[in-house]
Design a protein around this ligand. Sequence first.
Ligand SMILES: Nc1ncnc2c1ncn2[C@@H]1O[C@H](COP(=O)(O)OP(=O)(O)O)[C@@H](O)[C@H]1O
Ligand SMILES: [Mg+2]
Length: 396
Amino acid sequence: MKLAILSRAPQAYSTQRLRTAAQQRGHEVKVLDTLRFAIDLSGPEPDLQYRGRRLSDYDAILPRIGNSVTYFGTAVVRQFEQMDVYTPNTANGITNSRDKLRANQILSRHNIGMPATAFVRNRADVRPAIERVGGAPVVIKLLEGTQGIGVILAPEVKVAEAIIETLHSTKQNVLIQRFIKESRGRDIRALVVGDRVVAAMRRSASGDEFRSNVHRGGTVESVELTPEYEQAAVRSAQIMGLRVAGVDMLEGDGGPLVMEVNSSPGLQGIESATKLDVAGAIIDHIANQVGFPEIDVRQRLTVSTGYGVAELVVHGNADLVGTTLGDSGLWERDITVLTLHRGTTVIPNPRKGVVLEGEDRLLCFGKLEEMRSMIPERRRRRAKVRKLPKQPIPDE
Ligand SMILES: Nc1ncnc2c1ncn2[C@@H]1O[C@H](COP(=O)(O)OP(=O)(O)O)[C@@H](O)[C@H]1O
Ligand SMILES: [Mg+2]
């Protein structure tokens, strides 16, 4: 394949390793400076210029978009997506993972363990939010920090309030998060490629530091993950739309607590801790997937007027419980079931013989008018209520 690594740091360890791994496997590979692209929307089809010239054809890209260039970088990735070039990480996935609040919101409906988190704006709401996540000591985080910068442990409620007020006064948005004591100074980084964890390490903070980031002096060691941790990592990456991701998890008493999902994980720490060829695994995955550019399903499907994607909940349609998909009458109503979600498992292309259960959720494509009548009243109401301001954040 012909692969472009989008990076502003051609000399960095990760970039070098990825380039070498691609070359060793006989691929043609170039490292292209993310900021030297020009997005061209002047012609009949989406196009890209690089350093002032029309870009040659690539089979795949591997975005390594730094935090400081998220907006432009994701615009370039999105342009490649529009041109049907494969990317393991979509522009949407990168954008979603970059903002810790947004990532938490997206993961929160999927049964992924996370530290209790709150987000408030008004001064009067700060103290109740701190209490709700468990009181002091409490963690305060800038929404878009990395490498441990912008993560603070406030020992007392009063101090926390003062810090949050100060940050608010300088227009900074912050998360209020429960301090996971039992994991103090330690966390797990799992490197997810495709549908599996290819390497994992435990990071331990140095001295009395509570942040275990390598950039904060943390040390690393290889770990064997239990299936529970592995599943949490893989599912988090999938939900975020990232096929290459570094998932950070705290080790809570009740199991893994996902803190963040990184879309451009560094390879140096994890390769040196585990002695595994992570770069090679990433390149192999891309080479395997090259025929399948990421398709924005909604963008493509909703083009047909009157048709769209909706999620039907079986328990809201009591007559469906206990019937098979074939007998459900959905097909006759011009509704195709794309996936069946049961607990944390997903059955793609469910067969006619599958018997529907009360808690099943069906992701469907079909006539919106037909599906509208099947979306249960209660869910629609709840969705509306959520949009109202000043709703209390539900307890976790
Ligand atoms: N809620 C928490 N409880 C305990 N430790 C935490 C918590 N949140 C973060 N940490 C520690 O701080 C480090 C940095 O936090 P993280 O959210 O990953 O920010 P960054 O994006 O800067 O790496 C984590 O690796 C972990 O060691
Ligand atoms: Mg982190």
